[in-house]
Design a protein around this ligand. Structure first.
Ligand SMILES: N[C@@H](Cc1c[nH]cn1)C(=O)NCC(=O)O
Length: 437
């Protein structure tokens, strides 16, 4: 563990995850081109992205079960192949129905990748470095978003839909070949934690789902990553280009800011997670508060919000992505290794469920306002401001469930290990008085 070989595995796994994020995020950049190509409404168009995320979320637990049974390597290999096929279908689809089939396959292949690479990190690394390596994995993967925001967007503009999507598919093919050749489930010295049968894995799923620590991971992922995912994967680009009037280059640049913020804040969050394990939920809640402040300022701003404010908003969303990885750290520390694949699958459902719900509702609210004649332009600034308010409802509900799961997780920690976690303000006051004495 933590050997040179571990880093080689890490590198190839990161390439597979970058390829997955690239395939996933291409549609966000191609949203305006898609509406020209398929000539359809905002709700139908958002269903292209939504269907992909529904498939992604629906397959998390089955994929998690497969990881515990057959190991993560095969899931990465099959996942990259399925993504490549799906993206090629999208590249040459003449109409929206075939495009949806392509997107379903992209979502299915993509769904296998992240929880598999996180499982590889947990097998090839040990100790306090694990949260940091996970952060590196999550944030390097986000580079796939830069690939779609810059070279993919450029190709789309220059060479058109089919060439751009086929080129994206070729990156998935490269990841497929590398994964097949290089990846291995675990070091030879580590005993296989694979379950003897599917019946055994399925039998372990109930306890995994019931564990408050798994639920805490789920809700942490739900509340932190969804805002940024909705923005980067679909609605951010039309919002910035059509409602705020930014040119496409600048809008792509702001999507890149989200990724760069993740690369900077991720390692810091990784260090904080490792250093203050009993304060992980406070980190999560702090990130949600920051997102709420940034969004409220943008939405309440009279007229067009200034560019500096939109930059602050994308920075806040950029911290949300790495923040969601704290969810996987809850899964890791509250579950035994042989159920970690399934537990990670459960956690990863969180952010994506919140994302596709909000993504779809935003499309519905935009159409509704347009059909009611409130605005002539579908992508009007005020229409977006109203539609983006769904975040308060969805993420607000997530925070309530998170607090409930945290209370039960803390109670269990006290019963099982005698560790009692005081509220943050009590701990801070104690630390302050100790420093003074
Ligand atoms: N929130 C992401 C990880 C991340 C890190 N930085 C930005 N994003 C996550 O949980 N991803 C799951 C996936 O499949 O991408």
């Amino acid at each position: 563990m933590n050997s040179r070989r571990s880093w080689v595995i890490f590198g190839v796994a990161a390439i597979a995850y970058i390829a997955a994020v690239l395939q996933r995020s291409t549609l966000g950049v191609a949203g305006v081109a898609a509406s020209d190509r398929f000539q359809t409404s905002a709700a139908i168009l958002s269903s292209l992205a939504v269907v992909q995320l529904i498939v992604y979320a629906a397959l998390q637990i089955p994929n998690g079960i497969l990881i515990d049974k057959v190991g993560p390597r095969w899931l990465v290999v099959v996942g990259t192949a399925v993504m490549a096929v799906g993206q090629l279908i999208l590249a040459f689809s003449p109409d929206i129905s075939i495009a949806i089939v392509g997107r379903i396959l992209v979502g299915a292949g993509d769904s296998a990748i992240f929880i598999s690479v996180i499982r590889l990190v947990n097998s090839w690394f040990s100790g306090r470095i694990v949260p940091q390596v996970s952060q590196w994995m999550g944030n390097l993967g986000a580079l796939g978003q830069i690939l779609s925001a810059v070279p993919f967007a450029y190709l789309l503009h220059l060479a058109g839909w089919s060439v751009a999507f086929a080129s994206a598919a070729s990156v998935a093919v490269l990841a497929f070949v590398l994964s097949l050749i290089v990846l291995r489930d675990r070091p030879k010295t580590v005993m296989a934690p694979l379950a003897p049968s599917f019946r055994t894995v399925l039998g372990r799923l109930g306890p995994t789902l019931k564990r408050p620590g798994t639920q805490l991971g789920f809700w942490s992922h739900f509340v932190t990553q969804s805002s940024g995912t909705v923005f980067s994967l679909f609605w951010g680009f039309p919002f910035m280009v059509s409602a705020l009037g930014y040119d496409t280059g600048f809008a792509s640049g702001l999507l890149v800011v989200i990724v760069v913020t993740g690369l900077i804040s991720g390692p810091i969050l990784g260090l904080l997670t490792a250093r203050f394990p009993t304060r992980r939920s406070n980190l999560v809640l702090g990130i949600v508060a920051m997102l709420a402040i940034a969004w409220s300022t943008v939405l309440l701003w009279p007229g067009t919000p200034p560019v500096w404010l939109v930059i602050l908003l994308v920075i806040a969303m950029g911290v949300g992505g790495p923040g969601s990885l704290i969810g996987f750290d809850f899964a890791r520390t509250f579950n035994p290794p042989h159920t970690l694949g399934s537990a990670n699958g459960v956690v990863n459902v969180g952010g994506f469920t919140a994302s596709f719900t909000m993504m779809f509702l935003i499309g519905v609210l935009l159409d509704l306002q347009h059909n009611l004649g409130w605005n002539t332009n579908l992508y009007d600034l005020n229409a977006f401001k109203i539609a983006f308010c769904v975040q308060y409802v969805v993420i607000g509900a997530g925070v309530i469930f998170l607090l409930n799961a945290r209370r039960r997780a803390r109670r269990q920690l006290e019963e099982d290990e005698g560790i009692s976690v005081a509220p943050l303000w009590v701990a801070l006051t104690e630390a302050w008085t100790q420093r003074k004495t």
